[in-house]
Design a protein around this ligand. Structure first.
Ligand SMILES: CC(C)(COP(=O)(O)OP(=O)(O)OC[C@H]1O[C@@H](n2cnc3c(N)ncnc32)[C@H](O)[C@@H]1OP(=O)(O)O)[C@@H](O)C(=O)NCCC(=O)NCCS
Length: 142
């Protein structure tokens, strides 16, 4: 089941991100704009975004290893795309050390840190969490 009430699964979200070596300490308190896929007894996947003045920072995209390759992340990202457009977001951005190839398949383009829009530079992902070596990617969604 896909739900936006990620807040009621916050500890499971943290556990999944931690297990996949993704940042979790800087998650937004309310997990607004975060979506989860749940199974009968466990959290299967998560993806979310933070909004910075018309730009969205996509983050925390993770699926349990045994559920990968079934389109779960693609479904979550499609929901995020729709949600982001509905609130006026023009571009999705992300930093990734592990999945640039995956996001390229979904239409994201690699660029450099120097091209990151000023509002996004206020994010902890840009300023402190994601290393300089992380790929910087964006996709227009207008
Ligand atoms: C990346 C991830 C979220 C994809 O989840 P998923 O639900 O399996 O993705 P989908 O089912 O939508 O797509 C699967 C396809 O993407 C491909 N893929 C997965 N990771 C990839 C990567 N890093 N680079 C290129 N392709 C990748 C798979 O091989 C598969 O290809 P196929 O359809 O030809 O068989 C998942 O592998 C994951 O949780 N990885 C660890 C966490 C991570 O790196 N997250 C990204 C951080 S921003």
């Amino acid at each position: 089941m896909i739900t936006q009430s990620a807040i009621s699964h916050k500890q499971q979200v943290v556990n999944l991100l931690q297990a996949q070596h993704l940042p979790y300490a800087d998650l937004p308190q309310d997990l607004n704009n975060f979506f989860v896929v749940t199974g009968a007894e466990q959290l299967i996947g998560v993806a979310g975004f933070e909004v910075y003045e018309g730009y969205a920072l996509l983050r925390s995209v993770a699926v349990l290893p045994e559920y990968r390759g079934k389109g779960i992340a693609a479904t979550l990202l499609s929901i995020i795309n729709t949600r982001a457009v509905s609130i006026g977001v023009k571009e999705l951005w992300l930093f990734t050390e592990s999945a640039a190839g995956y996001f390229e398949r979904l239409g994201f383009t690699q660029t450099s840190r120097g091209q990151v829009p000023a509002p996004l530079r206020l994010s902890t992902q840009y300023s402190s969490v994601c290393p300089q070596s992380a790929a910087v990617m964006f996709k227009s969604i207008q």
